[in-house]
Design a protein around this ligand. Sequence first.
Ligand code: NAP
Length: 363
Amino acid sequence: MMQGIGRKLACFGPGWRASGDRFFVTSCRAVILERFGGPEVLELRPDFPVPDLKPKDVLVRTRAASVNPLDLRMRSGYGRSIFGSLLPLILGRDVSGEVAAVGSSVTSLSVGEEVFGALHPTAVRGTYTDYAILSENELTIKPPSLTHEEASVIPFAALTAWRALKGTARIEEGQRLMVLGGGGAVGLSAIQLSVAAGCAVVATCGNQSFQRVLSAGAEKAIDYTAEDIESTVKGDFDAVLDTIGRPETERIGVSLLKRGGHYMTLQGEAASLADRYGIAAGLPAATAVLMQKQLRYRLSHGIGYWWTYMRADLEGLQEIGRLAAAQKLKIPVDRVFSIVQTREAHEAKEKGIIPGKVVLTFD
Ligand SMILES: NC(=O)c1ccc[n+]([C@@H]2O[C@H](COP(=O)([O-])OP(=O)(O)OC[C@H]3O[C@@H](n4cnc5c(N)ncnc54)[C@H](OP(=O)(O)O)[C@@H]3O)[C@@H](O)[C@H]2O)c1
């Protein structure tokens, strides 16, 4: 089912098998989540199975994978209604590495190419592993000017922002965007993608992110710990992206929009309601909550209200790659850990010791 892993990987032992002149990886290191809990539940296994590739799959030799807030939430049980019966699973959404093998109908990528990309939020076999499997349309060529560490922090966050801005709000040149929580990876991506599309952006952030937000291209940064957002800006925005999604940010976001604008939150309630009531009752309950809010805000403010989620989008990923290559899209890496220190990396993020992006490396 797959093209061979090739000559570069000629040394093999346990975890490899040979077939003719080709080598196949059958198991590798992976950080496994067998039960939900704190960082201590993460376990580095030396020999987790690597399944055969499906026709559209690409096997990536992972060089770097970033730690996303979703990884921490999944580890502690968020999404248990979906993932509970699928344990053990591998966390991690982003990857940067080299193509090690391709499925039989992959045409756009070849063995040895350096790629980066991200898995869907519900993928069970994540990227905290020496060999990650992504679909062909979840990967693109890594900009050569970026290191694997730099590339690995971009795709999941930037594709989340891309989906909201391009897929939901359909932002256009000359429009005004407000990012509530602009100091994080999705917020910084949203600012840079909007600026690249010719929009003006205002963002809220903590004081330690102030400079990052302005360097990303926001025309104004508002320190949410010290300033009153509503009295600082005029409420004439075409779109608000709320990365925080608390009742207070929702109230502010909605009040800042002009009629016909779009309020988008990253904190949709589908997974939490499914966890609370089970999938069968929780998902219809989530649809009801969403529709009720959509109707209410349409009538009260004349705006669109949306829960937005990351989704694979090859066209988006390729544009993100072009912007990153042109230095127009950058997310700073704050700390690098080795894969053997994944627990420490999660602990540091959880305790808020490292505010920015954390990367795991695999050499
Ligand atoms: N729906 C989806 O598919 C999806 C996809 C990706 C992420 N998410 C969610 O979106 C959120 C952001 O993700 P991320 O990757 O950007 O996380 P991140 O890089 O960890 O950034 C989070 C940022 O939020 C800021 N923040 C916290 N409270 C704030 C407030 N009251 N006002 C303004 N800013 C505030 C902090 O910035 P300061 O340092 O400036 O305080 C922090 O840097 C997470 O909750 C994540 O789970 C959802």
